[in-house]
Design a protein around this ligand. Structure first.
Ligand SMILES: *[C@@H]1O[C@H](CO)[C@@H](O)[C@H](O)[C@H]1NC(C)=O
Ligand SMILES: *[C@@H]1O[C@H](CO)[C@@H](O)[C@H](O)[C@H]1NC(C)=O
Ligand SMILES: *[C@@H]1O[C@H](CO)[C@@H](O)[C@H](O)[C@H]1NC(C)=O
Ligand SMILES: *[C@@H]1O[C@H](CO)[C@@H](O)[C@H](O)[C@H]1NC(C)=O
Ligand SMILES: *[C@@H]1O[C@H](CO)[C@@H](O)[C@H](O)[C@H]1NC(C)=O
Ligand SMILES: *[C@@H]1O[C@H](CO)[C@@H](O)[C@H](O)[C@H]1NC(C)=O
Ligand SMILES: *[C@@H]1O[C@H](CO)[C@@H](O)[C@H](O)[C@H]1NC(C)=O
Ligand SMILES: *[C@@H]1O[C@H](CO)[C@@H](O)[C@H](O)[C@H]1NC(C)=O
Ligand SMILES: *[C@@H]1O[C@H](CO)[C@@H](O)[C@H](O)[C@H]1NC(C)=O
Ligand SMILES: *[C@@H]1O[C@H](CO)[C@@H](O)[C@H](O)[C@H]1NC(C)=O
Ligand SMILES: *[C@@H]1O[C@H](CO)[C@@H](O)[C@H](O)[C@H]1NC(C)=O
Length: 415
């Protein structure tokens, strides 16, 4: 039974009031159960009396919507048909958006992997909302100082594919370079012939201050791969490196982990409640409802489960109806809403008939300004979409399992 647990850390960005402890890359090791990196202050929400960083929240919302649109475009190129959720979203228009974001990539769940033989070590952002692996290479000069870079010439498993790639985020940031196949290890599990991007260009948004990980590992399905290649986890499964085609996250303040090849039964209690993936691209499932203070506000909706998104981003009318059920709430700007800080609502999401609560601490992103008694809620609206993106504001409250073998997502209460 090959199951390993990789512990890792979140690097917070959305709060500014509490100093962010820098994640150390120095003590990263790759043995079983090793703490790869851990910041003490892990909450991405300022919460309580702290002031939320409104511009960071707005940038984050824009860039995550842009990321999903990038996936829609790749899906259409790979499958020859429009992504079923792309309908209302006007992908072409959005992906040409001119907003340039510098430092919105900070909140991420990162841990260590190695690439090549002998192994070269990198930290990567584990992102269920995309499907490609990339790191920077030795030719990357701008924005790459401070990142570990890939030396193809030092690896005897490196194979150039002579195929360029460019991953453009609709927010103006991008990475570009050449594709290789390589040997990739996560903890002690090794996969061969993995298609990866060796980037000689990182835009400013991927500089080490904005993007503390060295690179990114997409954990979605192949149909949204820009390389049109098998993603790392699916490759690992097809190379028989695990008995159980499942990976699972615990994303909490006190020790976050990614478990590869099954569930860590010490991290959850009760049984998992599973919902089937409705379209294998993103981790897309149906959410039954959203409940506010005991009252159901939103019914059955398509959602994308994304570890690479901090917020819960819903479509505007549904989000409006959620806050309409919260006494004293007000719409501010950019799809955000406030509620009185002394009355944080109880919000929960229901999947597969089971209701999971969002803790008040997590839902409350902090005061809307220094002198305000109004706090910002972790669910924000977007006009352009009918679907939802469900990120850390929800995922921090549950144990989440991504079952590649059975095409389903499972949630359980944390142990
Ligand atoms: C808020 O976040 C932005 C990044 O979006 C950053 O440039 C700015 O310094 C932050 N503000 C504070 C007060 O930390
Ligand atoms: C590749 O590198 C590894 C690690 O340095 C070494 O053990 C192996 O013999 C090398 N293989 C070849 C074919 O050179
Ligand atoms: C990886 O480590 C785990 C825990 O020590 C062990 O059970 C497993 O057999 C190891 N896998 C490999 C491929 O060495
Ligand atoms: C990797 O590719 C090489 C050459 O194409 C092939 O010989 C080898 O069997 C492949 N390994 C795996 C694990 O697929
Ligand atoms: C994986 O296991 C299956 C079934 O046991 C086998 O058919 C297949 O060849 C194996 N693949 C590799 C890459 O070893
Ligand atoms: C967790 O899994 C291990 C190994 O599969 C098993 O020995 C143990 O009994 C399980 N614990 C619980 C609480 O199910
Ligand atoms: C979990 O599922 C098993 C098998 O279906 C059942 O026997 C058990 O009672 C369930 N446990 C809980 C806590 O619901
Ligand atoms: C989920 O998919 C499995 C098979 O892929 C099917 O047996 C099951 O009925 C589906 N569940 C629901 C609730 O649709
Ligand atoms: C639920 O909604 C009903 C009808 O709008 C309202 O009367 C009731 O106060 C709400 N309950 C709570 C707990 O907010
Ligand atoms: C939920 O909506 C989806 C389409 O978005 C539909 O396929 C599914 O049957 C609906 N489920 C229920 C329980 O109504
Ligand atoms: C979820 O919150 C409701 C109140 O809104 C509470 O009654 C229930 O016990 C909570 N469930 C869990 C598992 O904490």
């Amino acid at each position: 039974m090959l199951t390993i647990t990789l512990l890792f850390a979140v690097t917070p960005i959305l709060s500014s009031a509490i100093p962010v402890e820098q994640v150390s890359h120095g003590d990263a090791t790759l043995t079983y159960g090793t703490k790869v990196a851990l910041s003490k202050r892990t909450s991405i929400t300022a919460g309580g009396d702290s002031v939320a960083n409104v511009s960071a929240i707005l940038n984050h919302r824009t860039s995550r919507i842009a990321k999903v649109h990038k996936g829609f475009s790749a899906y259409e190129r790979n499958t020859g048909r429009a992504h079923p959720l792309a309908g209302g979203s006007n992908v072409a228009k959005r992906s040409n958006g001119a907003v340039t974001l510098d430092d919105d990539h900070n909140d991420m769940w990162q841990g260590a992997i190695t690439i090549g033989m002998p192994p070269q070590r990198f930290t990567v952002d584990f992102d269920t909302g995309s499907s490609d692996l990339f790191v920077a290479n030795i030719w990357c000069h701008e924005n790459c100082d401070g990142h570990n870079v890939y030396h193809a010439e030092h690896s005897n498993t490196s194979k150039a594919l002579f195929k360029p790639f460019r991953l453009s985020y609709g927010d103006g940031s991008f990475v570009a370079g050449l594709q290789y196949t390589e040997t990739v290890s996560i903890s002690n599990i090794t996969v061969e012939n993995q298609t990866m991007g060796s980037a000689s260009l990182y835009s400013e948004g991927f500089g080490p201050n904005a993007f503390p990980a060295d690179g990114l590992m997409g954990m979605g399905f192949q149909s949204i791969s820009e390389y049109k290649a098998t993603p790392v986890f699916q490759n690992l499964v097809s190379q028989n490196k695990t008995d159980d085609a499942v990976f699972a996250f615990k994303l909490t303040k006190d020790g976050s982990e990614l478990h590869i090849g099954g569930l860590n039964n010490a991290s959850y209690k009760g049984n998992l409640t599973y919902v089937n993936v409705t379209e294998q691209g993103f981790w897309q499932v149906n959410m039954d409802s959203v409940t506010v203070n005991g009252n159901q506000t939103v019914g059955n909706t398509s959602v994308i489960i994304d570890t690479g998104t901090t917020l819960i981003i819903g479509n505007s009318p549904a989000v409006k109806s959620i806050y309409a059920a919260i006494p004293g709430s007000k719409e501010t700007s950019g799809g955000m809403y406030t509620f009185p800080c002394d009355a944080v609502p109880d919000v929960s999401l229901t999947f597969g008939g089971k209701t999971f609560n969002i803790s008040r601490d997590v839902f409350n992103m902090g005061k809307s300004s220094d002198s305000s008694t109004e706090c910002l809620g972790g669910i924000v609206g977007a006009d352009e979409q009918d679907y939802w993106i469900v990120g850390d504001i929800f995922l921090r409250n549950v144990y989440s399992a991504f079952d590649v073998g059975k095409g389903r997502v499972g949630f359980a209460d944390l142990a």
